[in-house]
Design a protein around this ligand. Structure first.
Ligand code: GLU
Length: 336
């Protein structure tokens, strides 16, 4: 036997890869722009490949045209990418295949319990009342999990208009975030058996992100720190699906209004397309973000290329970023 036939061909090394993952459920605002600009600058400075991925599975919330507008606005800002855009909704088969694997391995099961059922039953069982303030999620304790036996496993996944959940074991998931440092989460305590497939017969966010990150070779995830504990859930899914190395995470402090709440309509119209329509230049928006990220001591217009050249995670503020009226006034002023 020749040596050639016994040696496996060398796999080309996967280049470090990140993704820009807008949800076309609304228009991009200054907070989204901050995250995408930082993600892009980190990638371009380090030679990571960038995939643009439209996270458009949240059917009822997706707004027609928001995807194309997001692409247009990213280009306007000066952000570019190497692959995509890819739309998650274009092909649901990889998500179904992942579900089937999870169900056959005993990690996923269907449940008929509604949100109200879960609230009522978990209060009865564990003396819990409503979910934590500000959280839309209801924790699903394992006591509500049906038995997962040989028969249910053998049936695999059935897209049967039930909610499908991931069976979470009670142990801590730890990871080292590039910005937030060492983190540990007990997913059983925070979320319990979380939803991975909805009764609208669509993959839930946690599952879709993991299947795509793995398929697209994503090694670096950069996003807002509202998703820090989602990273722990995603790591559990990576492991249960046997997908190999989880990505490195960088979770950035969210941009907030002066009331301390995440940037939203109540803080005024901070949509990028509204600023653009009012004649605000992209360099102005980038300049404000640069100020927020500690690149410059004051607000100074700059191009995306200048932002990229000056960006470092080390100068990024640890105290949170607050959008206030002086930011809006400066954007609209128009001088340099
Ligand atoms: N599509 C999500 C968002 O716009 C980002 C999810 C992620 O980066 O994992 O918030």
């Amino acid at each position: 036997m020749s040596v050639r036939s016994t040696v496996a061909p060398l796999k080309p090394p996967t280049p470090p890869t990140t993704r820009l993952a807008p949800s076309p459920t609304g228009a991009l605002h200054l907070g989204n722009a901050r995250t995408f600009l930082v993600n892009w600058a980190m990638a371009r400075r380090s030679g990571w490949r960038i995939v643009l991925r439209m996270e458009d599975l949240d059917g009822p919330r997706v707004k027609p045209g928001a995807d194309l507008l997001a692409i247009d606005l990213l280009e306007w800002l000066g952000v570019d990418w190497d692959e995509g855009p890819v739309w998650q909704s274009a092909d649901l088969s990889p998500y179904r295949a992942a579900m089937d694997r999870l169900a056959r391995a005993g990690h996923a099961y269907g449940s008929d319990l509604s949100r109200t059922d879960v609230e009522r039953l978990s209060a009865d069982l564990e003396g819990l009342s409503a979910p934590q303030e500000g959280s839309h999620e209801v924790r699903f304790p394992r006591t509500l999990r049906p038995a997962i036996d040989e028969t249910t496993r053998a049936q695999g996944f059935d897209d049967d208009a039930r909610t499908w959940r991931f069976a979470v074991e009670p142990w801590e998931v730890s990871f080292e975030d590039r910005f937030a440092g060492m983190r540990s989460y007990d997913v059983a305590e925070i979320a319990g058996d979380f939803i991975i497939w909805t009764k609208q017969r669509m993959p839930a966010y946690q599952l879709a992100v993991v299947v795509d990150d793995a398929a697209q070779g994503v090694t670096e995830v950069v996003r807002g720190d509202d998703l820090l504990d989602s990273a722990a859930r995603q790591i559990l899914l990576y492991r249960a699906l046997g997908l190999g190395n989880e990505p490195r995470y960088t979770h950035l402090p969210l941009v907030r209004g002066e009331d301390g709440r995440r940037l939203a309509k109540r803080h005024g119209d901070t949509r990028l397309d509204s600023y653009r329509a009012a004649g605000v230049g992209a360099e102005r928006v980038v300049g404000l973000i640069a100020f927020w990220c500690g690149l410059s001591p004051g607000r100074v217009s700059m191009s995306a290329a200048e932002f990229c050249a000056g960006f470092s995670l080390d100068t990024m503020t640890r105290n949170g970023i607050t959008f206030g009226p002086e930011d809006d006034a400066w954007l609209r002023r128009g001088d340099r």
